[in-house]
Design a protein around this ligand. Structure first.
Ligand SMILES: *Cc1c(COP(=O)(O)O)cnc(C)c1O
Length: 512
């Protein structure tokens, strides 16, 4: 199967798309056509384990090139690092209203990024093999908090790779920062950037596009690849859990084959929800995709008005992984709703860079209205939603999932206005373990403020009786290895990466 750039000009194989990450002209790779999964295949998938289901979906895009058996083996290895019997439990919150939560956070770093970043190293390794690339691969990632850790953990000590992660100095939660700065491994590098996530992401994308920088790396027999959701290899494993959740409802007798369901997705870079839209293109019976934003509600405004406008203040919230104004993956959706018009998509991206806004046509807006519902939650809406669900059902969730729940409540109202008897099942995607944001979660559930994250974990444990992940508890006794802070400056970041590629950056050894 081939992949094309949203900005035209390039056509590559899946393996090339994964190795390269981003198209040369700055566009994103999208499948040339969407492969379909039939009802018969869905019935077969219903009998499968989660790793088998994931491999089946991946196989539709990459099977011919990377081999079905390899994909299956890779998914099995990747998801064996998850806690519990089921890597992706679907929890029934309220059978009557049809509310379910899909927990995507049982991987090694306690956030949904593990769903893809535990698999990506396998995809990348094989992709290098089949494309005959033997350069060292340098994974360059900008992170709003969770991608960084998941990429570091996924690629730690993987032969032939190095990982460099840039996070916004003031933009991540305490546990997220600790998780990254204590990272083990001999092929990793972490630095804080002065600025917010958008600054980090913009810089990283420009480095990908810089011929000069790539030439410098080439001299060191090194090439860049991406662990952000701009890489199709990151997106593909995320499509699988939409299918899997549907199949879980099916096997539990909650729906019949062909019944439509809704998904609510806490959104930042638009990768997670785009994977849901891709699942729909592949044949999954999805009615609405509900796009939930926090106070940084560019997307909610976009769905309402058809104008993407980033001329606004950036807010820091309790859901830092969603504090994003420029959502990269929206480009892939724009490409589709424009009728795959690469020229138009490129123009819009140029407008966004230069004029800080673009708008879509009435016709395109009508497509979005049909497929999506956009909403946002203020901080107090989020706290209220988290409290309500805990109070009524005893279910604790993290702050990002809290945003989704708050927007679910708005969707619930909206759909009842259209049809009072509407009982379509709704699956809310839960993207992080509550213990990753212990102070904010504790505050939402109990009104208690604690100064210290680890005290927060302890109190939260007393309150919810949920088991805290060992990987987070252990952070308390670790000393950061990475203390580098860099200005939001392309040259400064490039220089650091080149030094790292040369093996000249030696992190502080951990004090014992
Ligand atoms: C990354 C992240 C999100 C947003 O996902 P996108 O794919 O960027 O839209 C939401 N919640 C958490 C906890 C995350 O780490």
């Amino acid at each position: 199967m081939y992949f094309i750039s949203t900005r035209g000009g390039e056509k590559v194989t899946g393996a090339q798309a994964i190795v390269q990450g981003l198209a040369k002209n700055g566009g994103l790779f999208v499948p040339e056509t969407f492969p379909k999964i039939t009802d018969e295949e869905m019935s077969t998938m219903a009998e499968m384990s989660y790793p088998e289901r994931a491999a089946f979906v991946l196989g539709k895009y990459l099977g011919e090139e990377l081999g079905y058996d390899y994909l299956k083996e890779s998914c099995e290895k990747a998801y064996s690092s998850f806690e519990g019997n089921d890597p992706v439990p679907l929890v029934k919150i309220d059978g009557e209203t049809g509310l379910y939560v899909m927990e995507l956070y049982h991987g090694p770093t306690c956030a949904f990024k593990d769903m893809a970043l535990t698999v990506l190293p396998y995809l990348l390794k094989k992709s290098c093999e089949v494309t005959g690339i033997d350069d060292e691969i340098l994974i360059l990632a900008a992170t709003s908090g969770d991608t960084g850790k998941a990429a570091l953990e996924g690629f730690r000590d993987v032969k032939g790779t190095k990982v460099a992660v840039f996070y916004p100095d003031e933009g991540v939660a305490k546990m997220q920062r600790l998780q990254m700065t204590v990272q083990d491994g001999n092929n990793v590098f972490v630095a804080a950037v002065e600025g917010n996530f958008d600054d980090c992401q913009r810089a990283v994308k420009r480095l990908f596009a810089s011929e000069e920088f790539n030439a410098e790396l080439a001299k060191k027999k090194t090439r860049l690849s991406s662990a952000n959701s701009i890489n199709f290899g990151r997106l593909a494993p995320q499509i699988a859990y939409y299918f899997s959740a549907y199949l879980d409802l099916l096997t539990a007798g909650q729906i019949e084959m062909g019944d439509k369901i809704d998904f609510v997705v806490p959104t930042g870079n638009f990768g997670d929800i785009l994977a849901g839209w891709y699942a729909k293109q592949m044949g999954l019976p999805v009615r609405k995709l509900v796009c939930a934003s926090n106070r940084n509600k560019v997307l909610a405004d976009f769905f309402k008005k058809g104008v993407y406008d980033v001329k606004r203040d950036f807010h820091r919230t309790m859901s830092p992984s969603m504090d994003i104004l420029v959502s990269s993956n929206l480009e892939r959706l724009l490409f589709e709703i424009s009728g795959r018009d690469a020229k138009c998509t490129a123009q819009r991206m140029q407008d966004l860079a230069e004029k800080k806004e673009y708008s879509i046509t009435e016709k395109e807006k009508a497509i979005l209205d049909e497929e999506f519902f956009g909403g946002f939650a203020r901080e107090d809406d989020t706290v209220e939603a988290m409290y309500e669900i805990f109070d009524e059902y005893g279910y604790a969730m993290d702050t990002h999932t809290g945003v989704a729940l708050a927007v679910y409540m708005k969707w619930e109202e909206a759909r009842k206005k259209i049809d009072e008897k509407d009982a379509t099942p709704v699956i809310v995607l839960s993207t992080a373990n509550p213990y990753k944001f212990p102070q904010d979660v504790l505050y939402a559930l109990s009104g208690n403020d604690v100064k210290d994250s680890f005290k927060g974990i302890k109190r939260l444990h007393l309150l919810t009786a949920m088991k805290p992940p060992k990987s987070l508890l252990d952070l308390r006794y670790r000393t950061p290895r990475f203390k580098t802070k860099v200005k939001n400056d392309l040259n400064a970041m490039a220089a650091l990466i080149l030094e790292f590629a040369d093996g000249k950056i030696v992190p502080t050894p951990e004090e014992k």
